[in-house]
Structures are given as structure tokens and as C-alpha cells.
Design a protein around this ligand. Structure first.
Ligand code: ZN
Length: 374
């Protein structure tokens, strides 16, 4: 049985300690203490050293008796967007921070739910396969924990990521591919009054190009943003450089090169008109995924939710999560709505009932796993 008192106590203690990205040590140690108590073995990987953080990913394995079923994992991230150390308060069934810092339910709620479910499964002496509990660092600063995770060492064939700010019951089975880009618009420097004819104005090129680039939602599942622009040094000089940064996301992979081409074309046409040039740098932040209806994990999680009394709803988001990296590495994974809201702000809150529901869903996922044959 899920024990609400124990779950709440664990959640409160996890949200009361520091865990900003790259400084997850305190929260990781708290998680390890709980794993020790449950006699679940774990390792901490070397991601901390690789990313100059003070903590690595924790990979714990709850060994199961059910060898005919498929090993799977729950994942949640240890870090918060900014410093935590909050003093959570509960008002009318909802947990808030003290209003000064984030609550950090994103993603301590995921951690607490997974730990409560595994403890309940052990107490109930359930039959389940090996279950990996993967607690990741530095999710908030570019999914660095899962990017650096050694997937070849995992047993899991499926993954349940507990880290969406959508409502409990939402199953994210489609998320975008995300590229960031940098464009250097190169012109030619000259004195703006004495020899303007010798100059090529990079700001003029950039302005004309940007005017031609569609931004915002450019089609039903693709977004483009120009986020920063920097250029010019003084008023009496023809500027020779403008640096632009932006991003492109799409839920449909083939639309990515199409949009990249449109953006580059707009810049190249403007540069050619004035005699300048443009350099483009595209960085893949993460790859998208789409899990079809017939994927085992969709049925599995939907049934588990129904058994927990929650109506499952398949959905998509235009944001990335660790689920993107798990899917890219060949482990079909859904990201689940945890029910916290206003995350990344001091107004963040977590309804107690949702926290309990989340743990119950995790427990049903564990119970249902005996139906999933290896
Ligand atoms: Zn999160």
C-alpha cells in the first residue's frame, strides 16, 4: 500500500534541501539513505566530474523475483532550476514553497513517488522484474545527466520518466527534436561618413533576413524562435558583424531540414544582395520521439493508470525531457504528468492528492509489469 504519511514526509525532506543543477549532492545523499534503508544497491556514475558538478547520476537496481518479465526503469531528476532550501507549507491539501524559492516539486515529486512505490512493492512482496531507479543530475540545464548516462550498462527495456508539469494522467508519447542555432552575419567595416561606400552593413543584412524568417508556430507542430541578437560597436562605423541565436523545434522530424533551409535561404539572399556572407551553426539539443499506439509501453501505462483510478490521456508537448534521450538510446519511454504547477517559479505548488496518485500509478506500473514478457 502507498503510505501517504511516509510519502509526504519524504517529499518534504527532499524539498527542504539544496539541489540546484550541478549541486545535487545533498539531495542525492538523501536518496541514497532511503535506498540503503530498502537494501537496494546503487551506483553513482562519473557524470559529476564530466560536467563539473558535485554529483553523478544514481542508478539503483531493485532486484525482482520475476525473471520472465521485462526489466524497466523509473527516472526522475535530482536538480532544481534554482536554489531550493525551501520551507514547504501545506495549505488546504496543496504543498507550496515559502514563496522565496522554488518548491522543487519539479522533480522531487517524481523521486518521492518512485521511492514510495518501490517501498510499497517490497512490503507487498510483489513479483516484478529488475527495476532500475535512475536519478539524474542537471536535467534543467540541457538534460546533461541523461546525455552523459552510460546506456549500455542499463538492463531496462522500457522507461517511465516522472517529470512533466502536466496533470496526472497525461502520457507524453510525442516530443520534439530541438536544434539551437547561431548565425554570424558578416559585412565589411568602414567609416560611416568618410567611406560608407566601402562598407557592408551587417545590421542591414540581418534586419532584412529576419524580416523574411517566420517565427513562432510556423506550422502545426514546428516552432522557430530568434532569441538573441548582438551587433555593431559604434555609431560612426559600418557594422561588420551581427550574431544571432535561436532555436527550431518540431514534432515531425522531416520538417526540421525544411525549416533549416528556409532560414538559411533568407539570410543568404540578404547577404548576397549587399555583398556580405552568413555562417550557420546548428546544434542538436535532443532528438524527438513518437511512440505508436501499438507500442507495449502505451498499453502498459494506460492500464496501470486505469487500475489506479486515473483516466489516461495520450498527449504531446513541444518541450524536451530525459525521455528524449532514453528514446534516442533505444529505450521506449514515456514522460508522465506529475501534477505540479508553476514550476520554475516561487509560486510552484504540488497537490497532495496528485503526489499520492502518482505513487499509486507507479505501484500499478510495477504490478502490471508481470504481464510484460521479456
Ligand atoms: Zn523537471
Amino acid at each position: 500500500m502507498i503510505r501517504k504519511d511516509r510519502l509526504l514526509e519524504n517529499f518534504i525532506s527532499l524539498t527542504s534541501i539544496e539541489g540546484v543543477s550541478k549541486k545535487e549532492r545533498e539531495v542525492a545523499d538523501e536518496v541514497k539513505k532511503r535506498l540503503d534503508g530498502l537494501k537496494i544497491p546503487y551506483v553513482e556514475d562519473d557524470t559529476g566530474a564530466k560536467i563539473s558538478g558535485n554529483c553523478g547520476n544514481i542508478i539503483a537496481t531493485a532486484q525482482g523475483k520475476e525473471t520472465k518479465s521485462t526489466p524497466f526503469c523509473f527516472t526522475a531528476h535530482l536538480d532544481t532550476i534554482s536554489t531550493s532550501y525551501c520551507k514547504p507549507v501545506i495549505r488546504e491539501g496543496v504543498i507550496y514553497s515559502d514563496g522565496k524559492v522554488v518548491l522543487g516539486a519539479d522533480d522531487r515529486a517524481g523521486i518521492a513517488a518512485a521511492l514510495e512505490a518501490i517501498e510499497a512493492a517490497i512490503e507487498l512482496d510483489l513479483n516484478y522484474p529488475d527495476i532500475e531507479l535512475i536519478f539524474l543530475v542537471a536535467e534543467e540545464i540541457g538534460l546533461l545527466g541523461s546525455r552523459n548516462l552510460d546506456f549500455s550498462g542499463l538492463k531496462s527495456k522500457y522507461g517511465f520518466v516522472l517529470d512533466s508539469s502536466s496533470a496526472v494522467g497525461k502520457i507524453i508519447r510525442n516530443a520534439p527534436t530541438h536544434y539551437s542555432f547561431e548565425i554570424d552575419v558578416r559585412g565589411r567595416s568602414a567609416h560611416a561618413a568618410i567611406a560608407p561606400q566601402d562598407g557592408v552593413n551587417a545590421i542591414k543584412i540581418a534586419a532584412e533576413a529576419i524580416d523574411k524568417v517566420n517565427v513562432g508556430k510556423v506550422n502545426e507542430d514546428t516552432t522557430v524562435n530568434i532569441g538573441t541578437i548582438k551587433g555593431g560597436t559604434k555609431t560612426n562605423n559600418v557594422p561588420d558583424l551581427v550574431e544571432i541565436e535561436g532555436e527550431l523545434r518540431s514534432l515531425t522530424q522531416p520538417k526540421i531540414p525544411e525549416e533549416q533551409e528556409k532560414i538559411e535561404k533568407a539570410f543568404n539572399i540578404a547577404a548576397e544582395k549587399y555583398g556580405g556572407e552568413c555562417l550557420f551553426k546548428w546544434d542538436l539539443e535532443y532528438s524527438g520521439f513518437l511512440l505508436d499506439d501499438d507500442n507495449v509501453i502505451i498499453d502498459w501505462v494506460s492500464n496501470a493508470m486505469r487500475l489506479a483510478g486515473v483516466k489516461p490521456e495520450l498527449t504531446q508537448v513541444l518541450g524536451g525531457s530525459d525521455a528524449n534521450n532514453f528514446n534516442e538510446q533505444g529505450i521506449p519511454s514515456v514522460n508522465l504528468g506529475v501534477g505540479y504547477a508553476k514550476n520554475h517559479s516561487p509560486d510552484e505548488f504540488m497537490p497532495v492528492d496528485d503526489l499520492v496518485k502518482m505513487a499509486e500509478i507507479c505501484l500499478e506500473i510495477i504490478k502490471y509489469s508481470s504481464n510484460i514478457r521479456a
